[in-house]
Every structure is written in structure tokens, then in C-alpha cells.
Write a protein that binds this ligand. Structure first.
Ligand SMILES: CCCCCCCCCCC/C=C/C(=O)SCCNC(=O)CCNC(=O)[C@H](O)C(C)(C)COP(=O)(O)OP(=O)(O)OC[C@H]1O[C@@H](n2cnc3c(N)ncnc32)[C@H](O)[C@@H]1OP(=O)(O)O
Ligand code: FAD
Length: 652
């Protein structure tokens, strides 16, 4: 029945104030207010409808995305929205589009790599969208290995194929292009250039440049709203001052001048985007968990008592699959908040030519991007499975969410390649201990290596696993022992690079252990701070324990093989986990209500706020164009002749 809250009984059971949790999830009351207002603005405007996407052809889909992006831009101007409001509005429009790359990569690259003079020229054009930019770094032959990009930019004192860049295929007028800078016959490696690629008069592609869309990508709708492109340069010429020269310059005479800064600063935009992707992982996972939790509370199957079947959310197996994902969504939210702080801090230090925390920022953004996107992609798929057959319908919102999200494991750095960067950082940290260098930041725990190598876990009963200090030390011991073991085995190789490649699978596991420690540590830190709201902190403590103990359970091999814990302590952790599931159970629906997602943004019949699933699932089916006629297209050509033939055969 419309208007009835079929989940009221679930909401009445919660043991905390969901409105207080909404503020904690949003990060602040101001952030909540902006998000709430923008999500409702989008949800209430039919111009932003998205339930028809799966029925559109690729070209219709793309044109529809251009329409929405233009409409959103007009709204932003008309309502005089702030940068924060505009960003939230585009987020709730929920459609990968060229604007993601214009605002998410092109503008940040200009801001990070341009000189004051270059910013004064290009930023006003970009902010007013008088030019539309993309980020052209990946080539057909190289994406991960940036240092081996082949496009060259040769300085001519007298006067190159990109693949994947989002927005490039049909929309962008300009590109940030990565190319090897060659001047006076010497290759100075990869640098960033701004290149106009289309006419601002008629959008035609400029001479010497070939541009196209790379074709249909994974999934219906999904990322096909984005014109990822291919571009080929054939000896085009650009002015010298379109080399972005904040960190290195080429003089009029062709002389290369490198400021006294790490060459990796040219990678700054990737660090920025990886940080953003970690925050976005909590958005995507929380969306899937919201759908699966509400539906799990609606769905009843087997186990009837008094003639009423059991809610599937009451099955321990459903809880053991769903609640760790709920906990992960909150865990990624808070580690994302911390990573935002780290990024801001590093940026301020760079402005003062303090590069001391640059390695930490790179390792943290790379590693956390890798493990949060992997867990989120797997988590969305698990949420689809948690919803049984109906989870496979596009009207559940889950197939498209998965298809849009899963490339996050690849873009902005393949997850394994990034974990190897973390491994390199850890091995270096351990090796420097010998020379007396004190580890700081997220590796500070390595400074207590002697203790961690000798420590024994103090758990004697299940409840001991609720002690944050015991949990934190277990994760520190596991990570430290894995890193030290890798470093020790690596030291047996005469050729360190050869040893690194040989041991890379174990090194990746050590990197995962370190990054999971960071997530646990930041969740615990968050709870040591002021958490306002009735019953809110208690719920978050439960979720923190679930994230930690589920992670421990999932990586039990690490904890046992490093003798961090005993099998008995592992069993006590499982007992505590099941008890925590029972404690979270009455709060589950309220914990996903706290994400404050509109039905429009969720785009899911199964995840409707009112839980009125079945009538709406049935009605949605009839809207499919397949049901426009009772007799399907093709009957007269292919079915009727077959039936008649069979009838004739049966009479012979
Ligand atoms: C609200 C909505 C949100 C939506 C979310 C955003 C969606 C955005 C859409 C995304 C679209 C996708 C865009 C893209 O994919 S753009 C292209 C991305 N490409 C990559 O990420 C390439 C990955 N490869 C690399 O980053 C580098 O090649 C790699 C780091 C793997 C190796 O670099 P390099 O060979 O130069 O360096 P070395 O391994 O030799 O290391 C040398 C030292 O440099 C340090 N280092 C490396 N990278 C960095 C860095 N970024 N910052 C600081 N330091 C760095 C490295 O640790 C070494 O240091 P040591 O010598 O001390 O060990
Ligand atoms: C949806 C989407 C949008 C994108 N948007 C953009 C964009 O806007 N701009 C842009 O420039 N690029 C973009 N990209 C490209 C993206 O950045 C690259 O695909 C990504 O960096 C991975 O690089 P690759 O494709 O070369 O993978 P590869 O590195 O070729 O990976 C293939 C396999 O090799 C393994 N591998 C590679 N190197 C190593 C190693 N050293 N050790 C162990 N294993 C290794 C990887 O783990 C992986 O399993 C986009 C990609 C996608 C999917």
C-alpha cells in the first residue's frame, strides 16, 4: 500500500537517534544540510530522472547525459550554488559524465601544476566552462607505467596515441596531456601540457589530431554515459607556455630548468583523485548496503512461526555477509575523513617546500584507494547476491551500481600496482629502522618493533575482543611481522629488484595488512573523539568491532601464521562477532537510514524507504517496452512457422 511504512517496525526498534547519526555520517551539520538539500533538489526535478537509462541506446544515453550535465550547469548558475553545493548536486545526479573529469582532474591538475600566470589564463575559462578539459595520461600501450609513456613533446626553438581519457571522446575542448619533454636532444621524462584539441567555434577536431570514443564499456548504461576517448597526435605544435611550469620550466632558448622539488609532484593530481576515490568508496558501498539491508528486512523466506515466514535479515548467514559491509561503509567514511586531513596537511607542507610527508601521502592514498575499492566492488556484488533473484533485476539498482563502480579497481592506478608501491614504502621503512630512522605517521607502530615482535595477544574471553587496545595491537603485530618477514626474505636476494618481483605476492599481502591497520586505527581514533548524539557512539563502537573482527576472520591465515593470535583466540573472535551481529540487528535499518539517501538516488525498488517492494516490483516490470505488446516482435517470422511445421510433422 502506498504511503505505508512497511519498515516502521524496524525503525521503531533502533537504539539510537538516526538524525544524530546522519550528522556524523555527513561529517558536520553544515555538510548534512548541503547534501540533504541538493539530494532533494535533484530527486524532485524530473529532468534528472534515471529509471529509463537501461532502455536507451548508447548514443541516446550519451546525449541524455549531455542534456543533464547542461541542465545541472544551468541550475548551478541560476541558483548561484557554491562549489560544495555544485559538487553535491553533480554527485546526486549520479551519472558518470565528462564533468567528472573536468572538475575532478583537469581543474585540479591546472591548479597543482600551473604557474600563477598560467592559472590566471586558464582557470577562469575552466571555471566558467568556456573550455572543457580531460586528463590524457594513459596510452594504448601504457597506463600503469607512467615513466614509459611514449608521447613526446619536443621543444622546437624554431617551432604523439592516448587511450581511455574520460570526456575526451566527444566533449573535451582541451586536454591535460602527459608527454616526455625533450629539449636540446635530451629526454627529461614525463611532464604535463595543456593542449587545445577542438575548436571553440564549431567543436571540430583541430588539425593534426584524431579523436574518437573507445566504444561500449562493461554493463548496460553504467559508465557508457562517459565518452572515454582515443586521441592521436600527428606532430602538432603548441606554444612553450602550455607546458605547465610550476615545478619545471623550459626557457625561450630551450634550456630545461627543474625547481628543487621531487619529480613525483607531477603525479599530484593522481594522489588527489585517489584520496577522493576512498571517500567515494564509502558512498558506493553504503548505497548497496542500504538497498540490501532494507530488502533483507522486507524479504521473508522459510522458518515460519505462527504462519509467518522469517525475515531473511534474521538468518546468521545473511548477517555475517551483510553487517561486515555495513561496518565497512562506516569504516571507509572515517578513514576517508582522515585521508582528507592528511591530503590537506601535505598540500600545506608542499606550499612551504616541506616534502617530508609526501611518501606517506603517496603510500596512504595508493594503499587505501586499492583496498577500499576492492572491498567496495566485491561488497556491491555481495549485496546483489544478498537480494536473491530480484537483486539481478536492473530495477534493484545493484547491477548498474556494480558496473559503474568496478572500474575504480583499475582507474587512477591498478590496485595491485598501487599495493606494490605501499610494499616498497614498507620495506624501505623497515630497512631504515636499522639505520635508526624513527618511523612516523602511519608507520609509527614500526618504531615499537621489538615489542611487537615479542608481544602475545591478551585475549582470554570473547569480550576481550571489544577492547580497542587489544584489537589495535593485534593488527599492528600482524602487519609488523609480515613486513619484517618480507624484508628479511628480500635481504637474501643479491638483486633487490629481482627479489622484490619474486616476493611481490607476499609483499602485496603485507601492504594489505598495513592498510587494514590504518582503517582500524582511524576508526578507533574517531571513537576516541567527541561523537555527539543519543546512542550514536555505542553503535559506532559495535561497527568498529565488526569491521576489525570480520577483517581478522577473513585474513585469519595472516594472524595465525605470524603467531599474532592462537586458534582459540580466533574462535573467541568469531563468538564475539556473532554476538555483535545480534546487537546490530535491531539497529540495521536505522543505520542505513542514516545515509539519508533519497529513493531517487538509490534508484532501487528493493531499497525503497517505505519497503513497499512487491507491488512496485510488479508495476515496474510492466513498464518494460517488452510488454508493450502481448505477441512479441518476431512471433510471425520465427515462432509461428516453427509451430506450424511441427504441427504438420506430427500429422505425418
Ligand atoms: C564525488 C565523485 C567522486 C568520484 C571519484 C573520482 C572518479 C574519477 C574518475 C577517474 C577517471 C580515471 C582517471 C585515470 O585513471 S587517470 C590515469 C591514472 N593513472 C595512474 O594512476 C598510473 C599509475 N602509475 C603511477 O602512478 C606510477 O607509474 C607509479 C607510482 C606506479 C610508478 O611511478 P614511477 O615509476 O615514477 O615511480 P617509481 O615506482 O620508480 O618510484 C619512484 C619514487 O617515487 C615515489 N612515488 C611514486 N609515485 C608517487 C606519487 N604519486 N607521489 C609521491 N611519490 C611517488 C615512489 O614511492 C618512489 O619513492 P622512493 O624512491 O622513495 O621509493
Ligand atoms: C573506466 C576507466 C576510466 C579511465 N579514465 C582515464 C582518464 O580519464 N585518463 C587517463 O589517463 N586514464 C584513464 N583510465 C586508464 C587507467 O588509468 C588505466 O587503465 C590504469 O591506470 C591501469 O593501467 P593499465 O590499463 O595500463 O593496466 P596494466 O598495468 O596494463 O594492468 C594489467 C595487469 O598487469 C598488472 N601489472 C602491471 N604492472 C605490474 C607490475 N609492475 N607488477 C605486477 N603486476 C603488474 C596489473 O596488476 C594488471 O593485473 C581509465 C580507465 C578506466 C577503466
Amino acid at each position: 500500500m502506498e504511503g505505508v511504512d512497511h519498515l516502521a517496525h524496524e525503525r521503531n526498534r533502533s537504539q539510537f537517534d538516526v538524525n544524530d547519526m546522519k550528522i556524523v555520517w555527513a561529517g558536520s551539520r553544515e555538510a548534512f544540510e548541503v547534501s540533504d538539500r541538493m539530494s532533494r533538489l535533484v530527486a524532485n526535478d524530473p529532468a534528472f530522472r534515471k529509471d529509463n537509462r537501461v532502455h536507451l541506446t548508447r548514443k541516446e544515453l550519451f546525449k541524455n547525459t549531455l542534456r543533464k550535465a547542461a541542465y545541472a550547469w544551468k541550475k548551478i548558475i541560476e541558483l548561484k550554488l557554491s562549489e560544495e553545493e555544485a559538487g553535491r548536486l553533480r554527485f546526486f545526479v549520479d551519472e558518470p559524465a565528462y564533468t567528472d573529469l573536468h572538475w575532478g582532474m583537469f581543474v585540479p591538475f591546472l591548479k597543482g601544476q600551473g604557474t600563477e600566470e598560467q592559472l590566471q589564463k586558464w582557470l577562469p575559462l575552466a571555471y566558467k566552462m568556456q573550455i572543457i578539459g580531460c586528463y590524457a595520461q594513459t596510452e594504448l600501450g601504457h597506463g600503469s607505467n607512467v615513466q614509459w609513456l611514449e608521447t613526446t613533446a619536443t621543444f622546437d626553438p624554431k617551432t604523439d596515441e592516448f587511450w581511455w581519457p574520460g570526456g575526451l571522446g566527444k566533449v573535451s575542448t582541451h586536454a591535460v596531456v602527459f608527454a616526455r619533454l625533450i629539449t636540446n636532444g635530451r629526454d627529461y621524462g614525463v611532464h604535463g601540457f595543456i593542449v587545445q584539441i577542438r575548436s571553440l567555434d564549431d567543436h571540430s577536431v583541430l588539425p593534426g589530431i584524431t579523436i574518437g570514443d573507445i566504444g561500449v564499456k562493461f554493463g548496460n548504461g553504467a559508465y557508457n554515459t562517459m565518452d572515454n576517448g582515443v586521441m592521436h597526435f600527428d606532430h602538432i605544435r603548441i606554444p612553450r607556455n602550455q607546458l605547465l611550469m610550476r615545478f619545471s620550466q623550459v626557457t625561450r632558448e630551450g634550456k630545461y630548468v627543474q625547481s628543487d622539488v621531487p619529480r613525483q609532484l607531477v603525479y599530484g593530481t593522481m594522489v588527489y583523485v585517489r584520496k577522493t576515490i576512498v571517500i567515494d568508496a564509502s558512498n558506493a558501498l553504503s548505497r548497496a548496503v542500504c538497498i540490501a539491508t532494507r530488502y533483507s528486512a522486507v524479504r521473508r523466506q522459510f522458518g515460519s512461526q505462527d504462519g509467518v515466514e522469517t525475515q531473511v535479515i534474521n538468518y546468521k548467514t545473511q548477517q555475517s555477509r551483510l553487517f561486515p559491509l555495513l561496518a565497512s561503509a562506516y569504516a571507509f567514511r572515517f578513514v576517508g575523513e582522515w585521508l582528507q586531513w592528511l591530503y590537506t596537511d601535505v598540500t600545506q607542507r608542499l606550499a612551504a617546500n616541506d616534502f617530508s610527508t609526501l611518501p606517506e601521502a603517496h603510500a596512504c592514498t595508493a594503499g587505501l584507494k586499492s583496498i577500499t575499492t576492492a572491498a567496495t566492488a566485491d561488497g556491491i556484488e555481495e549485496c546483489r547476491k544478498l537480494c536473491g533473484g530480484h537483486g539481478y533485476l536492473c530495477s534493484s539498482g545493484l547491477p548498474e551500481l556494480f558496473a559503474v563502480y568496478v572500474p575504480a579497481c583499475t582507474y587512477e592506478g591498478d590496485n595491485v600496482v598501487l599495493l606494490l608501491q605501499v610494499a616498497r614504502f614498507l620495506v624501505k621503512t623497515v630497512s631504515q629502522l636499522v639505520s635508526g630512522k624513527k618511523p612516523v605517521g602511519t608507520t609509527a607502530y614500526m618504531g615499537r618493533l621489538q615489542h611487537l615482535m615479542e608481544s602475545t595477544c591478551k585475549v582470554q574471553k570473547a569480550e576481550d575482543w571489544l577492547n580497542p587496545s587489544i584489537v589495535l595491537e593485534a593488527f599492528e603485530v600482524r602487519s609488523a611481522r609480515m613486513s619484517v618477514e618480507c624484508a628479511k626474505r628480500l635481504s637474501q636476494f643479491t638483486n633487490q629488484e629481482e627479489g622484490f618481483h619474486e616476493l611481490s605476492p607476499s609483499l602485496v599481502e603485507a601492504a594489505v595488512a598495513h592498510c587494514q591497520l590504518i582503517i582500524v586505527a582511524k576508526f578507533i581514533e574517531k571513537l576516541q573523539g567527541d561523537i555527539p548524539g543519543n546512542g550514536v557512539k555505542d553503535q559506532l563502537q559495535k561497527l568498529c568491532s565488526i569491521y576489525a573482527l570480520f577483517t581478522l576472520h577473513k585474513h585469519l591465515g595472516d594472524f595465525l601464521s605470524t603467531s599474532t593470535i592462537t586458534p582459540k583466540q580466533a574462535s573467541l573472535a568469531d563468538d564475539q562477532l556473532r554476538s555483535l551481529y545480534a546487537q546490530v540487528r535491531p539497529n540495521a535499518v536505522a543505520l542505513v537510514d542514516a545515509f539519508n539517501y533519497t529513493d531517487h538516488y538509490l534508484g532501487s525498488i528493493l531499497g525503497r524507504y517505505d519497503g513497499n517492494v512487491y507491488p512496485n516490483l510488479y508495476d515496474e516490470a510492466w513498464k518494460d517496452p517488452m510488454n508493450d505488446t502481448a505477441v512479441p516482435d518476431g512471433y510471425h517470422e520465427y515462432i509461428k512457422p516453427l509451430l506450424k511445421q511441427q504441427l504438420r510433422n506430427s500429422r505425418l
